[in-house]
Design a protein around this ligand. Structure first.
Ligand code: AGP
Length: 619
């Protein structure tokens, strides 16, 4: 999730490439702010500047060291995936001869193989990034084909994973070349100038005429022309469109809120978190988890420490990790953990889950766990944050920046990363056969499409939410992995709509909470798959009957085809059939959308709810 801008303008545009690129980066900074950089094609060849941290750091650097005027340029704001967010890893990256600069959004899955090939041929890498590999490949391809478009086509065909790439060449002051695969790139059409961007926010200040670039296409822009070919060089005529968003909406991708945008980002967040996790033989390789395998083999307890939504992600993962690894998993609220004198030693693996990587409660728990001799592994979304720095190892999620205070895509990405950890431990300790692990990985890779289906089919959820804008209390019931989903659904509604919402284990209802049920009380029930074990499905159906008999309004989330629920459901929202342990990733989505829509109907600020902060950096 990086921000990408490209510009090329006629000489008479008095070399405003830097202004246009920097202005575009400013609008795209929400896509990543680990570092920023630009490359310009000037009369003296390529000029590059890059700086870790927010865009303002680069701006200050450029004020102190101005770049020469140019008519072609590219710019990048980084959300780190490979390599720490520092000056060296910042984009752009340049070819060995310094003649080509490239910027990248995405994850090159086969970069390690390509990097080894380049190093074996004598190329010296200077950064930890997958993007630098592309820069060197482009340099080599350019020497062979002699033009940047042809070089880009040649290199793009060798890349696996997701990528949007922009490149410029020192000898071509009026050309920018771009390509995409599973990562966004749009063209802005101007008068005597043209633009490229991760999304229209990059150039909406200059033009609303745009062109959509299709999968596996290469675009070449000059001041007066835009040409598009596929990877085989065949000419393509892309779809043109006019942008009718205002600039603020453009930063949200046209969505009304960052939260709605981030709910829609969830398929990518899960897919990107899964990318690049296996070697060519299909074995799991978590190269960031730099913990000695012998240490992981002797672990006899796992304690997950986290807060809020991150804690519910840990609770979901507990079921899977215990089932796959046969290691007991405790899930502790970080702010409770260190005050209860926990039993922790060198055989304990503490997993700290945090989107921001800055939550003070979680950080203090990490410090306590390490003092007690535990190995600490962080599952974090924000590169370079404090918690990974103070942990023994990290497993990054690739959800991209999460701007809305209410966590959605990070939640799904955290669960996905925890599943990967569980499968990795099972592989290491031999508690699952390789083919079982491979099958579960395949089931995980099917999730983005299933999540997308839930998002696309959520019209009725939105309608019901709007009709309940006056609700004062909503209850949520779940069982097994549905129980943390119920609590996460309640938390979303609390923090967005400011109404009473509570999640319960469905089996606990009869031990007290059922007294809350009265005529018309809305209750969400997350129903397990009818194909699941332990007859949980029939028990939850009984729970629904119990509350319906007392007047509850039952809002049921069930698996497609589960007609058993229909007689007892006032509303039934169906989600795609999914293996039980993975089902939370689809079951939670209607609850996220419900909370968003109800809060929106109440006219509340869904991106920045009252009293809350995106990162709670105080204890
Ligand atoms: C979730 O919607 C809330 N924003 C909050 O519970 C959050 O999950 C919690 O504060 C933990 O934040 P972290 O993941 O950044 O550590």
């Amino acid at each position: 999730m990086c921000g990408i801008v490209g510009y090329v303008g006629a000489q008479q545009a008095n070399g405003r490439a830097l202004d246009v690129v920097m202005g575009g980066l400013a609008r795209l900074e929400y896509r990543g702010y680990d570092s920023a950089g630009v490359a310009l094609v000037t009369d003296d060849g390529l000029a590059t500047a890059k700086k870790a941290g927010k865009l303002v750091n680069l701006t200050e650097q450029l004020e102190a060291h101005p770049m020469p005027p140019a008519t072609a340029g590219i710019g990048h704001t980084r959300w780190a995936t490979h390599g720490a967010p520092n000056d060296v890893n910042a984009h752009p990256h340049v070819s060995a001869d310094g003649r080509i600069a490239v910027i990248h959004n995405g994850i090159i899955e086969n970069f390690a193989t390509l990097r080894a090939e380049l190093e074996a041929a004598g190329t010296r890498m200077t950064s930890e990034t997958d993007t630098e590999v592309v820069a060197h490949l482009l340099g080599g391809a350019f020497e062979e084909v002699g033009d940047l478009t042809g070089a880009m086509r040649s290199v793009a065909k060798r890349l696996h994973g997701t990528f949007t790439l922009l490149a410029v060449h020192a000898d071509a002051p009026d050309v920018v070349v771009g390509t995409r695969h599973d990562s966004p790139l749009v063209v802005g059409l101007g008068e005597g100038e043209n633009f490229l961007g991760s999304d229209v926010a990059a150039f909406i200040a200059h033009t609303r005429e745009a062109m959509e670039l299709g999968q596996d296409q290469v675009v070449t822009i000059t001041p007066d022309d835009v040409s598009v070919v596929d990877f085989d060089g065949a000419h393509v005529e892309p779809r043109r469109f006019t942008v009718d968003w205002d600039a603020a909406a453009a930063e949200k991708g046209g969505f009304a809120s960052f939260m709605d945008k981030e709910i829609h980002d969830q398929p990518h967040a899960v897919a990107d978190t899964l990318l690049g996790r296996t070697d060519t033989s299909g074995r799991l390789v978590l190269d960031e988890v730099r913990v000695d395998e012998a240490v992981l083999r002797q672990i006899d307890k796992i304690i997950v420490i986290a807060c809020g939504t991150a804690a519910y992600a840990g609770q979901v993962a507990k079921y899977a990790i215990e089932h796959w690894c046969r290691i007991p998993v405790e899930v502790e609220l970080a702010h409770e953990f260190r005050y209860r004198d926990p039993v922790v030693n060198s055989k304990t693996l503490v997993v700290a889950v945090s989107q921001s990587g800055e939550t003070m409660d979680t950080l203090m728990a990490v410090r306590h766990a390490r003092e007690q001799g535990a190995t600490v592994l962080a599952i974090v979304n924000t590169h370079g944050s404090t918690i990974p720095r103070e942990s023994d190892a990290v497993l990054y999620t690739h959800a991209g920046p999460e701007v809305a205070v209410a966590s959605t895509k990070a939640f799904l990405a955290q669960i996905t990363a925890a599943y990967l950890l569980g499968l990795y431990l099972a592989q290491l300790r031999g508690t699952k056969f390789p083919d079982e692990i491979a099958q579960t990985l395949d089931e995980l890779r099917e999730l983005p499409e299933k999540i997308q289906a839930v998002i696309d089919g959520a019209g009725r959820v939105r309608e019901v939410a709007r009709s309940m804008a006056d609700a004062s209390s909503v209850l949520f019931l779940g069982r097994h992995v549905g129980y943390p989903v119920a609590m996460e659904g309640a938390l979303k509604l609390k923090e967005l709509a400011y109404i009473h919402a509570e999640g319960f284990a469905a089996g606990e209802l009869k031990h007290g909470p059922i007294a809350l049920i009265e005529e018309g009380q809305p209750v969400f029930i997350i129903v397990p798959s009818p194909r699941g074990r332990d007859s949980l499905h029939s028990k939850v159906i009984s729970n629904i009957q119990e509350i319906r008999a007392r007047g509850a309004r039952t809002l049921v989330i069930a698996e497609e085809g589960d007609t058993d629920v229909l007689p007892f459901a006032d509303e039934a929202f169906f989600v795609p059939r999914t293996p039980t342990l993975l089902a939370p990733l689809v079951a939670v989505v209607p609850l996220q959308i419900f909370a968003l829509e109800l809060a929106t109907a109440k006219g509340l600020d869904v991106d920045q709810p009252r009293n809350l902060a995106k990162s709670v950096t105080v204890e």
